[in-house]
Design a protein around this ligand. Structure first.
Ligand code: SAH
Length: 226
């Protein structure tokens, strides 16, 4: 699976993608990540070369109808997406486009599973400021996706969440010790050694059933904790 991330801040991804399972998935070519910065696609009057040689590339503008904050302009975002779509077309991939928005439909396991099954390429559009001009999602027929009922400062964390969740649906991304939780009876209450934990003068025991070796009882206990 190939991820194509449209973001003004590609550098904000690396600490996550360079660690643990996601890093291994990239190394083993189970997934790949490409970044497209709308700022690199700014042309015309929005690109200004200063006498000292510095270049400003303006990606945002004031909202029509007023209101605080700035809006990411459609054109550079669409051009960045076009670039991603051209890469995907060359590889004969099947693309799903996700437009992050706090009022989109909630991201969940069912959506992740269906998306991972149907598509080879995922384009993730990360908004900043007040968000991206609404015409981008309309033109691209993108899914409006929210990762929860709260507002973040940008779509980069949502993109990492979606990437992480989709990646673990891909066969071979999780090792045998980390098999898909959704496919087995798992519990939110888990324990490891020591059997009895001593902390600040108190003893905290592991539930007996987990030490019993009785798999049927253990499964029942796990289910009761969900
Ligand atoms: N003014 C917008 C909020 C913009 S937040 C509104 O009220 O709807 C800026 C960007 O952060 C959004 O464009 C989106 O890409 C991202 N974002 C913030 N919260 C999010 C959430 N809960 N789920 C998905 N994306 C979110």
């Amino acid at each position: 699976m190939r991820f194509h991330i449209i973001t003004l801040f590609p550098e904000s991804f690396t600490s996550y993608t360079e660690a643990s399972i996601v890093a291994r998935a990239i190394k083993e070519k189970k997934i790949s990540i490409a970044y497209y910065n709308p700022r690199d696609f700014v042309t015309g009057k929005h690109k200004k070369v200063w006498p000292d040689g510095n270049i400003s590339r303006i990606v945002d503008d004031r909202p029509f109808g007023g209101g605080p904050g700035m809006v990411m302009r459609a054109e550079p975002v669409l051009k960045a997406c076009d670039k991603a779509l051209a890469v995907i077309a060359k590889k004969k991939g099947k693309a799903k486009i996700i437009f992050f928005s706090p009022s989109g439909k909630s991201f969940n396991t069912i959506y992740a599973k269906q998306t991972a099954k149907k598509y080879t390429d995922i384009i993730l559009i990360c908004g900043r400021y007040e968000g991206v001009d609404a015409r981008v999602a309309k033109i691209l027929k993108a899914d409006h996706v929210s990762i929860g009922d709260y507002v973040l400062t940008g779509g980069e964390l949502p993109a990492m969440i979606v990437l992480d969740c989709l990646a673990r649906q891909i066969p071979g991304v999780l090792g045998k010790f980390e098999s898909l939780e959704e496919e087995r009876v798992s519990s939110s209450e888990i324990y490891t050694r020591p059997e009895i934990l001593e902390y600040k003068g108190k003893k905290y025991k592991t539930p007996k059933v987990l030490l019993s070796g009785d798999h049927k009882k253990i499964e029942e206990w796990k289910q009761s904790k969900n």
